[in-house]
Design a protein around this ligand. Structure first.
Ligand SMILES: Nc1ncnc2c1ncn2[C@@H]1O[C@H](COP(=O)(O)OP(=O)(O)OP(=O)(O)O)[C@@H](O)[C@H]1O
Length: 231
């Protein structure tokens, strides 16, 4: 099986804070991996390195066999946990912005997803609630035909019913040629879409495996296992 992402002994320090301390992780093609860990365990730092926004202090991280850079950014669709939409934009301007920026952007898919998310293309971004903004950002990121989707806390502000529908949409739109890494604290709600999970603690991956095998072997849901590991 081909690994879209391979991280070997990745370390990252911010001044005197060691955020990643030798993280090892692989993501296979066609798989959705949940990267799970408590606040401050290094999830966002890991994702930023994979997205090419931060450089590791040491170690190696390869995406499709290459170090993060211009090529990997062209095949990675990244949803950061921060705000990046411009307030002056209407939703349709944000779609156009992505279309201009990314050659792999599928405008038809974007408008279909907007409809699914019940978002009006003529609404202005500044009028959207937190959950609506999350839905818009997810729409934009999922409308690229990327090899790797990186979603940092994608559904925190979305209400539980919509969350279920969006998870279904993610699975229905997911192509076996691509892969996905998702961080979340909503383990119980989201675990059903994970093929694999990795637990991160103090900048180290302490457990990685197939979600179904872990459930069977430990006789626990991933949420229960998470609570046991991080209690
Ligand atoms: N820019 C920064 N400067 C200094 N320290 C940082 C910076 N960004 C993150 N850190 C520290 O690095 C560690 C890992 O942070 P990171 O944001 O990767 O964690 P996380 O697992 O994503 O947390 P959360 O679940 O709260 O989002 C934390 O101790 C954090 O305080």
């Amino acid at each position: 099986m081909y690994n879209v992402l391979e991280a070997e002994n990745v370390c990252k320090s911010y001044l005197n804070k060691r955020a990643l301390q030798g993280a090892n992780l692989t993501i296979q093609q066609g798989k959705i991996l949940g990267l799970l860990g408590p606040n401050g365990s290094g999830k966002t730092t890991f994702l930023k390195i994979a997205a090419g926004i931060l450089h590791p202090s040491s170690g190696k991280l390869l995406i499709d066999g290459q170090e993060p850079g211009v090529y990997t950014k062209s095949i990675v669709s990244y949803l950061p946990d921060t705000e990046y939409l411009f307030k002056w934009m209407k939703i349709k301007d944000a779609v156009q912005y992505f279309k201009d920026f990314y050659t792999d952007f599928d405008e038809k898919k974007a408008f279909a997803l907007l409809e699914f998310m019940k978002l009006d293309a003529n609404s202005s971004v500044k009028s959207l609630s937190k959950g609506m903004k999350e839905k818009l950002k997810l729409t934009l990121v999922l409308s690229r035909k990327a090899k790797l989707y990186i979603l940092d806390e994608p559904l925190g502000g979305v209400d539980p019913t919509a969350r279920e529908k969006i998870l279904d949409a993610i699975i229905n739109n997911f192509s076996e040629d691509s892969s996905m890494i998702i961080t979340t604290h909503l383990v119980n709600d989201i675990e059903r879409i994970f093929d694999d999970v990795a637990f991160i603690s103090d900048g180290e991956i302490v457990l990685q495996g197939n979600a179904e095998e872990l459930r069977l072997n430990k006789n626990k849901s991933i949420d229960e296992l998470y609570r046991e590991v991080f209690q």
